[in-house]
Design a protein around this ligand. Structure first.
Ligand SMILES: Cc1ncc(COP(=O)(O)O)c(C=O)c1O
Length: 388
């Protein structure tokens, strides 16, 4: 089955619900059991058992099953947010005395949780250059349990050599966790590249409409018991309406991502030709140092990429950004709408240095017409230049 078909059918079972196409939204805390034997059989740990609202309902199972099939895992859990998914995964596979290696390009709150919370519980963390590939082996310690990848990183967009990193990790008895939010589970399949656990901020492309929070984790068989147990122990549950919106989002993720891919690349190529732009950080561009790796491991690019401007003043930047109509300024991405925010990679790295001067913009190419978006950027550059 191709992914385009899989996302339409996965996790749905209309005939268990009067033939109604979409799974219903079950609002539940208390679940009643008809007999003592049924009451005793409900452990709460087993997936797809309805025992209590927090442990899952058919709405949530539909989402988990669809995500599991999309990523190619053996078991999935749905969390309250992408951040909650990250926390659940780190709690599931790390304990006092362990060490975790995290890509320097990781989503900043992943770093903050590890340093700010996990270290208090005796877990050591260190960070590595996202482009290290097999050389990550040199940083693996006897107590390294997790090597964390995020490919590409959502600020600087380095593509990671997941097969090489996975080989190094597995040779040393560590597991690989991948944040696959950028590819939406559609353009890249980290499980097939060697990742043991794959997570996504479902808030982004899975939901796709900027109106719900969701985190999703998929684990391969040897690792799913620890995931499910920690997930249940942490009380981390997604609300019924958000679960419904996320499973509905999966139905259209293939067409949406193809559109994001095309528009993102058109904007990236246009930006590469602008005098105001020093470089464009997009692995789909031939100019990207990661292009070959991206071609090997990805089937497309989502809408998120970076454009590094030559140095500008704050007044010029404000002139460029304040009057945007199609591009919104907001700290997210993956929805149908275009976004554009100034970002500072230097503030979020420790293992590598961001030596570039100039202002980096993070752009999310939404589902609007690419020509309309380019016209708006063109006018924005005119305002930037007029404010010089
Ligand atoms: C790459 C990545 N992972 C995880 C998250 C966290 O997701 P959420 O905002 O749903 O907690 C984000 C959010 O921006 C993200 O960009």
């Amino acid at each position: 089955m191709k992914d385009e078909t899989r996302v339409v059918v996965a996790g749905r079972d209309p005939h268990s619900n009067y033939g109604i196409v979409n799974p219903p939204v079950y609002h539940a805390s208390t679940v009643l059991f008809p007999t003592l034997a049924a009451l005793r059989a409900g452990t709460g740990i087993d997936p797809n058992q309805v025992v209590y609202g927090r442990n899952g309902t058919p709405t949530i199972f539909a989402l988990q099953d669809a995500f599991c099939e999309l990523e190619g895992g053996d078991l999935a859990v749905a969390c309250a947010s992408g951040k909650a998914a990250i926390v659940t995964v780190l709690m599931a596979y790390l304990q006092a005395g362990d060490h975790i290696l995290i890509t320097d390009s990781a989503y900043q709150p992943t770093r903050t949780f590890t340093l700010g919370v996990l270290e208090r519980f005796g877990v050591e963390a260190s960070f590595y250059d996202p482009r290290l590939g097999a050389d990550v082996a040199n940083l693996i310690r006897p107590n390294t349990r997790v090597v964390y990848v995020e490919s590409p990183g959502s600020i600087t967009f380095e593509v990671q050599d997941i097969p090489a990193i996975a080989k190094a990790a597995h040779d040393h008895g560590a597991i690989v966790v991948a944040d696959n939010t950028w590819a939406g589970g559609y353009f890249c399949k980290p499980h097939t590249l060697g990742a043991d656990v794959v997570l996504q901020a479902g808030t982004k492309y899975v939901v796709g409409h900027s109106d719900a929070m969701c985190g999703l984790v998929s684990a391969k068989a040897p690792h799913h018991e620890a995931l499910r147990k920690t997930f249940v122990a942490m009380g981390n549950c997604i609300g019924p309406d958000d679960a419904y919106l996320a499973q509905r989002g999966i139905r259209t993720i293939a067409v949406r991502l193809q559109q994001h891919h095309g528009t993102g690349l058109m904007l990236a190529r246009w930006l590469e030709g602008r005098a105001e732009v020093k470089s464009v950080l997009h692995p789909g561009l031939q100019s990207s140092p990661d292009h070959a790796l991206w071609q090997r491991d990805f089937t497309g690019a989502s809408g998120l990429f970076g454009a590094l401007l030559h140095p500008v003043t704050e007044t010029q930047l404000a002139a460029m950004l304040d009057d945007l109509e199609l591009f919104g300024m907001g700290w997210s991405w993956g929805g149908y709408e275009s976004l554009l925010v100034p970002v500072d990679p230097a503030a979020v790295r420790t293992a590598t240095t961001w030596g570039e001067d100039g202002q980096l913009l993070r752009i999310h190419a939404g589902l609007e017409d690419a020509g309309d978006l380019i016209a708006e950027l063109d006018a924005a550059f005119s305002r930037l230049n007029a404010a010089a």
